[in-house]
Design a protein around this ligand. Structure first.
Ligand SMILES: Nc1ncnc2c1ncn2[C@@H]1O[C@H](COP(=O)(O)OP(=O)(O)OP(=O)(O)O)[C@@H](O)[C@H]1O
Ligand SMILES: [Mg+2]
Length: 255
């Protein structure tokens, strides 16, 4: 598979000269088109910071991030907007839906911003809503939906623009186990059938076991990588639990 994302020797510092915190410490990795990659690590290890640098919400201190052959750390404001609209889909832990818009309007927004016509938008939303099983909530406002429904609407919003890369930060963090399972199964079929490339941050071993490869981060560095290969999800889950418990303590607390 062709390479989609190349993160090259990035570092991220916060603070000023007298008080510098190194949050990302020389991280490099690649993601090929069509991969489903998980990023795990303890709280404060730099997972969200890493994702925010890739999504251009935050900027790196040094290093390069190449997506589709473009160094995104060098993009200027107008091309940044274009890049975010066309290449990326975001899924956040707390859904980030707009409360005053219905599910349909929330999903439509990304397409409206791109200037798509309303009949095209309608067609795309119908398709994605069927896929994520949210047809019944399209006219509801976020407060009228369950957590699982909100997260599937947020996922619909992320994929409706057909982005090159889907970035998800703790997508199951606010969901119960049944909703988590349903969402993760949707991610798997998005990846398999629609060939979506997914980069998902999580500290939950069960959630991580749906990915095909896991990068483990500690103190801003990659310290391990697990590849699922021919393992079943359950076998992979056991390996993930092994790695997380090697770090000491109960995996639920450490990650
Ligand atoms: N804007 C900021 N200014 C200063 N320090 C920051 C900033 N954002 C994050 N940090 C620090 O960087 C470190 C990594 O934070 P980050 O949010 O990336 O962790 P995380 O791995 O996502 O943790 P969690 O699992 O709790 O979400 C933390 O120590 C945090 O306090
Ligand atoms: Mg985080």
């Amino acid at each position: 598979m062709a390479m989609l994302l190349n993160v090259e020797k990035i570092e991220k510092y916060y603070g000023n000269k007298d008080n510098v915190t190194k949050v990302i410490d020389n991280i490099s990795f690649r993601v090929d088109n069509g991969e489903f990659v998980g990023i795990m690590g303890p709280s404060g290890s730099g997972k969200t910071t890493l994702l925010n640098c890739i999504s251009t919400i935050d900027n790196v201190t040094t290093g390069k991030i190449i997506l589709n052959n473009k160094d995104i750390t060098r993009l200027k404001s107008k091309s940044l907007d274009n890049f975010r609209q066309n290449e990326l889909g975001f899924i956040f832990q707390d859904f980030n839906l707009i409360d005053t818009l219905t599910a349909y309007e929330n999903i439509a927004l990304a397409l409206t911003i791109k200037g798509e016509k309303s009949f095209e938008i309608q067609g795309k939303i119908k398709l994605v809503a069927k896929y994520l099983e949210i047809e019944k909530v399209l006219d509801k406002y976020p407060y009228q939906m369950s957590g699982g429904e909100k997260q599937r609407v947020a996922s619909a919003r992320a994929i409706v623009t057909d982005p090159s890369l889907i970035l998800a930060d703790e997508p199951t963090g606010a969901l119960d186990s049944k909703s988590s399972r349903l969402l993760l199964e949707k991610f798997v079929s998005l990846n398999k059938e629609l060939k979506a490339t997914i980069l998902m941050v999580t500290h939950d071993t069960f959630t991580a076991s749906y990915a095909h490869r896991i990068l483990f981060i500690k103190d801003g560095r990659i310290f391990n990588e697990l590849i699922r290969g021919k393992d079943t999800r359950k076998e992979f889950l056991n390996k993930i639990i092994e790695v997380t418990s090697l770090l000491g303590g109960d995996d639920r607390n450490v990650f």
